[in-house]
Design a protein around this ligand. Structure first.
Ligand SMILES: Cc1cc2nc3c(=O)[nH]c(=O)nc-3n(C[C@H](O)[C@H](O)[C@H](O)COP(=O)(O)O)c2cc1C
Length: 223
């Protein structure tokens, strides 16, 4: 048997993985980034095949990793983790530097970054695992600790969306309420509070979408 609670005991960090160049750059939030070897220094990033960034990494053969600090702004995580570069220009008006390969490196909310050249790609079904040799790194802030995935879930009251390898489809509980004062998005964890928003959830139009991840109204459950 597989008890998904066991997966929740695993720990991760939180990163922005970017790829592309000055004209066509993009990035996404990832918690599935880890160092594979020390000599040479190699880092792996597990990217959903549907992510806009994945195609860019495949094409350019390089990516960057920005390590987010533990007070990283929700707005940056929401933009890079719940919206797609296929729809918006995520790097517009962001603080971006370019590596030797031309890859964009996001500096907002970052305490360190690494520039990597893809040396191997593993097809893992829904995801591609890019293994990159580290070309250069920079430490931006020695004072702030890195954000962990556990802190992200607790502080931001969000969960990783379905493209994340660590996404867990929560089973429907038999006592799920049909109506209430608060409704939670089952895709990202955003909570709609009737009192705060003014309009009762039930009165929102059918084509209303989650303001964080764009999930349809039907993805919300009364809590
Ligand atoms: C906390 C968190 C962790 C995530 N981890 C991953 C991950 O490891 N791999 C992945 O492919 N997507 C992950 N995602 C989802 C992508 O960030 C998300 O699908 C993003 O919108 C893709 O952007 P893109 O289409 O512009 O590339 C994560 C999202 C969040 C919020």
């Amino acid at each position: 048997m597989i008890d998904t609670e066991a997966f929740k005991r695993m720990s991760y960090g939180l990163y922005v993985v970017c790829s592309g160049n000055q004209k066509n750059g993009n990035g996404y939030i990832s918690n599935s980034v880890f160092q594979v070897t020390a000599r040479p220094a190699q880092i792996a990033a597990c990217c959903h095949k549907d992510n806009h960034t994945t195609g860019i990494i495949e094409k350019t053969g390089s990516f960057s990793i920005s390590v987010l600090h533990n007070e990283a702004k929700t707005s940056v995580i929401d933009k890079f983790g719940y919206q797609s570069g296929a729809d918006i220009d995520k790097l517009k008006e962001m603080n971006v530097e370019y590596g030797g390969t031309g890859v964009p490196i996001l500096l907002n909310e970052a305490i360190a970054w690494m520039e990597c050249k893809v040396v191997k790609t593993v097809d893992a079904g829904t995801h591609l695992i890019f293994i990159g040799e580290v070309l250069q790194t920079e430490l931006l802030d020695e004072t702030k600790p890195a954000m962990t995935y556990a802190e992200f879930k607790e502080k931001k009251q969000r969960t990783a969306p379905s493209n994340a390898p660590t996404h867990i489809d929560e089973p429907e509980s038999s006592d799920t309420k049909k109506t209430g004062d608060k409704y939670e998005c089952q895709q990202c964890g955003f909570v709609y509070e009737n009192e705060k928003e003014g309009t009762p959830f039930e009165e929102l139009p059918d084509d209303w979408k989650c303001p964080v991840c764009g999930a349809p109204k039907s993805k919300f459950k009364a809590i």
